[in-house]
Ligand binder design. Structure first.
Ligand SMILES: [Zn+2]
Length: 127
């Protein structure tokens, strides 16, 4: 099990017992180290740490990846979402009837399980 560090830039400044680490007599408050984090796509130990990071680096990140400068529009061309019926009776295939649903036109199109699981597979022409 590999441990990773919380990416919060102020994580070590929160004086909690679990952050106090080191040899007796020379303990310091340290960045949290865990196998899994529940916040920020598994990068932050708490919402506080995620907010600290965003307050410091959020503007830079948005500018780096492209700031939204025009309102986006939901149209028939980008309104496809993946959906399925959960079948409690058939536990060998509980997610049956995979499909695309267009949230504007309500049109449905069939989808295979692997297409459903493929996060890059979409019918949308833009985001
Ligand atoms: Zn943290």
């Amino acid at each position: 099990m590999s441990l990773k560090l919380c990416q919060g830039n102020k994580c070590h400044t929160y004086k909690t017992k679990d952050r106090l680490k080191g040899m007796q007599g020379s303990k310091t408050f340290q960045t949290r180290r865990r196998s899994d984090f529940y916040y920020g796509n598994d990068n932050f130990c708490s919402l506080n740490c995620q907010n600290d990071w965003f307050n410091k680096f959020g503007d830079q990140a948005i500018n780096h990846f492209g700031r939204t400068t025009q309102a986006k529009h939901l149209t028939e061309q980008n309104a496809w979402v993946k959906d399925y019926d959960y079948n409690y009776r058939d536990q060998t295939n509980p997610k049956s009837n995979y499909r695309f649903v267009n949230t504007i036109t309500k049109e449905q199109r069939p989808l295979t399980e692997s297409q459903y699981d493929d996060s890059t597979y979409t019918l949308n022409e833009s985001e």
